[in-house]
Structure formats: C-alpha cells, structure tokens
Design a protein around this ligand. Structure first.
Ligand code: UT7
Length: 325
C-alpha cells in the first residue's frame, strides 16, 4: 500500500544584518552579559533594520529554500506562514511573500501560534498535502519581535531576536512505514487558561494599538520542559518510534536550560540536539526553521535522518513534529 507523505525538499533562512551582543543592553539596563548567558544561553541576536519588515525576512528565507530545492516560485502551490509579528493586521503576510516571489497561482495564509507557530504551520501543511489540496507547500516562520519589545523590561527584551526560516514540503509516495522520508507524526496542544503568562498587551479589538510583550518568565519555564517532553513523546508514540530512534532534536530556541532539560527528559544526549539560541536568541516561530537551515549548513542533518521538533509559546500553545529528512 502506498500513502502520501509530505517530504522536506528544500530549506533556507535569513537573518537581518545587525547583530546585537548582550553587552549592548548594559547601555540602558541593569543587566550583564553574564546574567543573560547563564540564565538563557543567549550571546547575541539579530534585529531588523528600520523599515525592514517580517515579509522581507520571509522572502529572503523563501528564496534560499527555493534555490535549495531547485524550484521556481510557480512550482509551489501554497504558502503557510507562521508569525505573530505580521507586516499589517491584514492582509496575511503570506500573500505579500506570494506576490514578491512572483507566485501567480495557489493560495497563501498566516498561522498564529506564537513560538509554537512553526509546529502548527507544518502540521497544517502536512494535512493539506495528505488531503491532496496541494503538492508543494512553502512553510515559513518569520518574526520581527524587536517591534514588540518593552525596552525597559530587562526580563524580556534581552531574550528575543528577528529572523526567518523556510522549508518546502512536497507530496511523495511512501510505503506507510517509518522508513519513509517526510512527516511521520504531529502533535498539537493549547490551553487558554494560561493566556496571561505570556501575551502582548495590545491588539486590534482591545486597544487598537500593537502593544508590547509581557511574560512571567519563571511561570512559562515551569510549563515548558514538562509540556515539550510530553508533546515530543506523543509524536514518537503516534509513529511507533522511541527516543533511541531520534537522530536530531531540533527544539524551539528560547532558553538553553529548557533545551537541555527537555533533552534529558526525552533521554536524548545533547550531541543530538541542534542549538542556535546563542546566536539567534528567541525568534519565536522562526526559531525551528532557522535551526533546521543552519544545521543543514553545518552538515549536522542528513537525508534519511529522523528529526524531532518541539516548541511552546504564548497561549499556551505547544506541539511537535516528527519527520524523516
Ligand atoms: O518562547 C516562548 C517561551 N518563553 C520561554 O520559554 C521563556 C521561559 N523563561 C525563561 O527562559 C526564564 O524564566 C528567563 C530567562 C526569562 C528568566 O530566568 P529565571 O532564571 O527564571 O530568572 P527569574 O525570572 O526568576 O529572575 C531571577 C532574577 C530576578 O531578580 P530577583 O527577583 O531574584 O532579585 C530578576 O529581576 O533575575 C532578575 N533579572 C535580571 N537580572 C539581570 C531578570 N532579568 C534580568 C536581566 N539581567 N536581564
């Protein structure tokens, strides 16, 4: 029996030119490079230039993914773009990317699940491919979190960065077993009772302003390791695989202590975990596709290897995707 699998065939990323080291925050905040590094693992992050939009970052990442796959824009049927920092309230940033790439057919839309956005976007794209709605989908995570920082809040503004990553999924025939390339299992969760531990204090229907990010860091931390391990194990169980089968964990890059704690709970050694948080900070929905693309450049992930991605963020929303590269 053959089944349809959504197989990764190209990956790319883009980071704005401006690199901001931890020390820069000491110019106006009571903080230190030591505190930021020890508590989060972050050493530097990229910030978009004035006038540089989330769609600009996404377009650059998408072009790199298209080149990696050897495809033209019109070979793509759909764009699913995860972001919480869209260019405008509407239209969807995905449609701006669609037009800029020269895509004259198909459809494009945004997904909003904050830092878990890429897991939600991948799961939606996988479902569209399996249902026969699209043959090739460009899945993007793109963010300009520097636009929603409270620069006086040392507990948040030192943690986030800007960037974009893109992955192209293609419908291919598989045998239905776990040796198939492509997405093998997905697991999504959210629980709105935790809305107030991580949110932006503005919005269209409430304040008619954009607002800034507010986080109870310690509270989010408490949920993170437990919920990330739970969702990662759920995807493994759905596929009938175990932690020993995993070649790479590609986690959301929020905090090295969360990444290490989750890996330990999953019983996956850190040698098998892709870590980019030191260079990118927390880029929300962009962090996993950025890490995938950087890991490929480093020569870490190779065709046929089993990848487990997991992420958690505002909502709370959390999820995981298991795929064979
Ligand atoms: O991607 C979305 C999901 N988000 C996350 O996963 C973030 C989860 N949370 C975290 O990563 C961590 O909780 C933080 C990195 C945000 C904070 O680390 P922590 O170890 O939980 O520190 P804390 O919030 O408990 O703060 C410890 C101390 C506090 O001082 P007191 O109250 O103990 O005197 C803070 O005021 O550190 C202080 N502090 C800072 N000190 C220097 C907070 N931010 C800073 C700072 N520099 N930037």
């Amino acid at each position: 029996m053959t089944i349809t699998r959504a197989v990764p065939i190209g990956v790319g990323h883009y980071l704005p030119t401006r690199v901001v080291p931890n020390a820069e925050f000491m110019n106006w905040l009571d903080t230190s490079d030591e505190w930021i590094k020890t508590r989060s693992g972050i050493e530097r992050r990229h910030f978009a230039a004035e006038g540089e939009l989330t769609s600009d970052l996404a377009i650059n990442a998408a072009k790199m993914a298209l080149a990696d796959a050897g495809l033209e824009a019109n070979d793509i049927d759909a764009i699913v773009l995860a972001t919480s920092t869209p260019d405008q309230t509407f239209p969807a940033t995905a449609t701006k990317v669609q037009h800029a790439l020269g895509m004259t057919k198909g459809f494009a839309f945004d997904v909003q699940a904050v830092c878990a956005g890429f897991a939600f976007a991948l799961t939606n794209a996988n479902a569209l491919i399996v249902a026969g709605q699209a043959k090739r989908i460009l899945v993007i995570g793109a963010e300009t979190f520097s636009r929603i920082m409270n620069w006086e809040d040392r507990g948040t503004c030192v943690l986030f960065g800007d960037g974009a990553g893109a992955l192209i999924l293609e419908a291919q025939e598989g045998t239905g077993n776990t040796d198939d390339r492509g997405i093998l299992a997905c697991d999504l969760n959210s629980d709105g009772q935790y809305n107030d531990v991580l949110y932006v204090d503005g919005g269209v229907s409430s304040t008619q302003t954009t607002g800034v990010l507010v986080m109870q860091g310690r509270e989010v931390f408490k949920h993170a390791v437990q919920k990330l391990a739970q969702t990662a194990n759920a995807s493994l169980a759905k596929a009938g695989l175990s932690h020993e089968d995993v070649d790479w964990v590609v986690p959301h890059q929020a905090n090295i202590r969360i990444i290490k704690g989750t890996a330990a709970k999953l019983k996956v050694p850190m040698e098998k975990v892709v870590v980019t948080v030191q260079d990118h900070g927390n880029t929300s929905a962009a962090s996993i596709p950025l890490a995938l693309s950087v890991a490929k450049q480093r020569g870490q992930i190779k065709t046929g290897e089993l990848l487990l991605t997991e992420a958690i963020g505002g909502g709370l929303a959390w999820g995981s995707v298991l795929m064979r590269w």
